[in-house]
Ligand binder design. Structure first.
Ligand code: PEP
Ligand code: MN
Length: 349
């Protein structure tokens, strides 16, 4: 990272960018209230930091030790931003003083169910509507989401999601399961979701990032926190720092029954907040797979400092084609949101 002097001229900033470019690296320029910082994208061993530090207008040039640099808290601190980044989606702000609640069914199944659930989620206090159109499933024999049937079906399901969001005043989020879906999905949604299984797909991350829409990025169930942050850097390196991280549980160790779908790593929330300025939310639904655990894990996540929650909701879960066991009723969502808001006030400084 290269920190420019307060009085550095635009020509001096450009000169540094050109010098870095000559070494074969790209740059990420952040202009804070007081300072301009230039982040490097590429192999830093090719750069002579002593040379860069001696260029006109440069205050300091040094390496950020962690492998994730552009999303590093150290990087934003350097240009005077000390808090969490707020990712704005319409009127909703992830990383602001109030927690954000994303709610909706696991999958978009039909227009009627989606609209009925969306209306109830809104009334319960949710801010963002979710619903999968392309579902990642372990078995090829399971329901893969309406979008998997063909382009026409995908457009129809995505339009319902967009319309329901507009009707009830909620931005919408859905998952892209592969690069081929990004162009289409980006035309209908406010946030692009990258699911846990695709956390390591760097081509998908880059393609999604280039749409310049906020990206909700879920941790893989086998990923360390460092890997999770390293892969979010792929999105930031495309010039898109509107990233909402999401903890959704990891695979537990040991023999025998775990009683939950995954193991919710709650310590990841404060750890990630120390490492990066990006907001992090928690998905207790996929983490536990059990509706009887959603309330306690939601409140625990808020107490841990999560910027929000993503919860699967269905008023007739017996009709749902996937994840019926973890979907809660809108009435329960309402109580969780109200309690979480109260809890946030006393638990988070
Ligand atoms: C989802 O949120 O719809 C989902 C499939 O979650 P995950 O990628 O965390 O399994
Ligand atoms: Mn689901």
């Amino acid at each position: 990272m290269i920190i420019m002097k307060k009085d550095a001229t635009p020509a001096q900033v450009q000169h540094v960018i050109d010098e870095v470019g000559r070494a074969g690296l790209r740059t990420d320029v952040s202009r804070g209230a007081y300072l301009t910082i230039i982040g490097l994208i590429g192999d830093e061993s090719k750069v002579d930091f002593t040379h860069l530090a001696a260029l006109p207008g440069v205050k300091e040039a040094r390496m950020i030790e962690a492998p994730y640099k552009l999303i590093n808290r150290e990087y934003s601190n350097a240009y005077g931003e000390t808090g969490t980044r707020t990712v704005k989606v319409g009127n909703v702000e992830f990383g602001g003083p109030e927690p954000v609640f994303i709610a909706g069914p696991c999958a978009v199944e039909n227009r009627e169910d989606l609209f009925r659930i969306a209306e109830q989620c809104k009334a319960a206090g949710a801010h963002v509507l979710r619903g999968g159109v392309f579902k990642p499933r372990s078995s090829v024999h399971s329901f893969q989401g309406l979008g998997s049937a063909g382009t026409e079906e995908a457009i129809e399901a995505l339009s319902w999601l967009q319309e329901a969001g507009r009707e009830f005043g909620m931005p919408v989020v859905t998952e892209v399961r592969g690069e081929a879906q990004v162009d289409l999905v980006a035309q209908f949604v406010d946030i692009i979701q990258i699911g846990a299984r695709n956390m390591y797909d760097q081509d998908l991350l880059q393609t999604a990032a280039r749409k310049k829409l906020p990206v909700m990025f879920k941790r893989h169930f086998g990923a360390s926190i460092e890997e999770f942050l390293c892969f979010s850097e792929y999105i930031a390196a495309e010039g898109n720092k509107d990233i909402i991280l999401c903890e959704r549980g990891i695979v537990p160790m040991g023999k025998g029954k775990s009683f939950t779908r995954y193991m919710l790593d709650l310590a990841a929330v404060p750890v990630v907040q120390k490492e990066t300025y990006l907001p992090i939310i928690v998905d207790p639904s996929h983490a536990t797979g059990r509706r009887d655990l959603i309330r306690s894990m939601s409140l625990a996540s808020i107490a841990a400092g999560a910027a929000g929650l993503m919860i699967e909701v269905h008023d007739r879960p017996e009709d749902a084609r996937c994840d019926a066991a973890q979907m809660i009723q809108p009435s329960e969502l309402k109580e969780i949101i109200a309690t979480a808001r109260q809890l946030r006030k006393i638990a988070v400084k």
